[in-house]
Design a protein around this ligand. Sequence first.
Ligand SMILES: [Zn+2]
Length: 345
Amino acid sequence: MKKLLPTSTAGSLPKPAWLAEPETLWSPWKLQGTELIDGKQDALRVALQEQQQAGVDIVSDGEQTRQHFVTTFIEHLNGVDFENRKTVTIRNRYEASVPSVIGPVSRSKPVFVEDAKFLRSQTKQPIKWALPGPMTMIDTLYDAHYQSREQLAWEFAKILNQEAKELEAAGVDIIQFDEPAFNVFFDDVNDWGIKCLERAIEGLECETAVHICYGYGIKANTDWKQTLGNEWRQYEEVFPKLQKSNIDIISLECHNSRVPIELLALIRGKKVMVGAIDVASNEIETPEEVAHTLREALKYVDANKLYPCTNCGMAPLPRHIASAKLSALSKGAEIVRGEVLGARS
Ligand SMILES: [Zn+2]
């Protein structure tokens, strides 16, 4: 990316109300059969146009073809029974009905590659594609087969690597792995979580990112945040090892969070997607607020390594709010871009 401070989103955008129930996670589709296939493509076009009109530089599919960022991927794999769902507690936080692993997991066909080709055909801009990370995957299902979190995560990492290589071949510029679980299970992250992530990116030549956040703005997450105290130092536990990993970009929650910004010093040298838009509030940031968050991050991240971004996905937000937040992100980035270039000239 040649442009300074290129903007992007963490991934998801709200779906149109004709495709799925708005402001809901795991929202059921409103269409069926070929109408659903066409509807998803139309929604992807709309999501792309929203990003382009807002001035987003690195665009995504807005995750319009997925019901959920983790389970949709898992449901396409062999060894997973998604009709016999089990209730588990996700990230020690909230209960959800999820698929079960009942045998060896494998991928018999690509999951998102056709969608990625479609997005690629719609734009010449750099595109980013999000996949669930191995640790977040195992935390979003019931395992009745492996009985080992580490072993199952490793199997998923190998499958993710197959998918990632095909996404790269389809023309994806940045492949991002969503690992909110990295903010919860620190010992596992350091023991095998980062190792699994590196297995997932093995042999890739495109850029790779890991997204670690405090979750969507749903009640279970906002309640959890209330218990974290005045300073959120979770990143401190995993940054030192991530800094030494092969991952190119680290995507983080910053704006309106209680993450001490100086923790960014622990990943010095990495590219950083700085969350400058709060997805847990319907209040629209002003460009100046976005700029303030970016300036704070610039104290620890070189300008040519800083990617202004949203804190997390915006799927649960009302569409007009998400749209306005995207514009604020671009305008805020524009302010700081001007300042950095001004200081250089
Ligand atoms: Zn997130």
